[in-house]
Design a protein around this ligand. Structure first.
Ligand code: APR
Length: 236
């Protein structure tokens, strides 16, 4: 097993838990609802087809929440790591917020899409979007009224999987932060990385479904665990 200080290639997977202390709700609360909606109502293509107005309003609210939130010490610490770590680094996030970027990180891949992006189904263009979509604005590129949230819903293919699997195959350290390990393919990344020889570390508030797959699990709030781990990696 490699020592932490010998890491040359780190892949970090983040989930809703890293943004919880910024006031953004996680998904798998006891009631199984996301912001008081059943997930299949607001996070599936079928739900959107059934009631587009409800789904657009839902993501209009999520977009407004993201804009109002601020990065917490965990995002800031990963931003610091990204700027100071000389090796290869990739932050793969399942989160649709932009708190990693606002925390100073640039090597970020949003596998489940972004709240602040709109996707035109007519011409396939994507636009940074900070306003609302419920009123059916025309696409700035083609003029059609066909924009939906640029979010990967259940039943859709996560973005940039080839790049992610390439990075996992090269990683010598894989770190999972604030994710329940309930949703694939992200839940399987730990096994992918380990199969290629990476050391694996989990930082989470509580034991997750995938905890037994990691070499090491540290339990606690991300705002405490992540800055401490970043200090270790940077050797200070
Ligand atoms: N610090 C660290 N971990 C935390 C904190 C915190 N302050 N608060 C909560 N957690 C942990 C929870 O214990 C839980 O294990 O974060 C995890 C959040 O799990 P989920 O709510 O399931 O979120 P996530 O794993 O990101 O969900 C994956 O599911 O609904 C879909 O597409 C959506 O990207 C999402 C995916």
């Amino acid at each position: 097993m490699r020592a932490m200080s010998s890491n040359r290639n780190i892949v970090i997977l983040t989930g809703a838990g890293i943004s919880a202390e910024s006031g953004l709700k996680t998904f798998r609360a006891e009631d199984g609802l996301w912001e008081s909606h059943p997930v299949d109502q607001v996070a599936t293509p079928e739900g959107f087809a059934r009631d587009p107005d409800l789904v657009q309003r839902f993501y209009d609210e999520r977009r407004a929440q993201v804009l109002a939130a601020s990065p917490n010490p965990a995002h800031m610490a990963l931003g610091h790591l990204d700027r100071h770590f000389a090796g290869e680094l990739l932050i793969v996030t399942q989160n649709i917020d932009d708190l990693h970027e606002r925390g100073g990180a640039s090597r970020v891949l949003h596998m489940h899409g972004e709240a602040l992006s709109a996707w035109c189904r007519a011409c396939d263009a994507r636009h940074r979007w900070t306003g609302t979509l419920r009123e059916g604005p025309a696409c700035p590129a083609c003029g059609e009224v066909a924009m939906r949230p640029d979010i990967v819903w259940f039943g859709e293919m996560p973005y940039r999987m080839d790049e992610i699997f390439d990075a996992l195959a090269r990683a010598d350290l894989f770190v999972s932060i604030g994710t329940s390990g309930a949703v694939y393919p992200a839940a399987g990344f730990v096994q992918q990385a380990a199969a290629h020889g990476a050391r694996t570390l989990e930082l989470n508030l509580e034991e997750s479904l995938g905890s037994r797959n990691f070499d090491e699990t540290r339990l606690g709030p991300a705002s405490e665990l992540v800055p401490r781990w970043v200090e270790e990696v940077l050797g200070r």
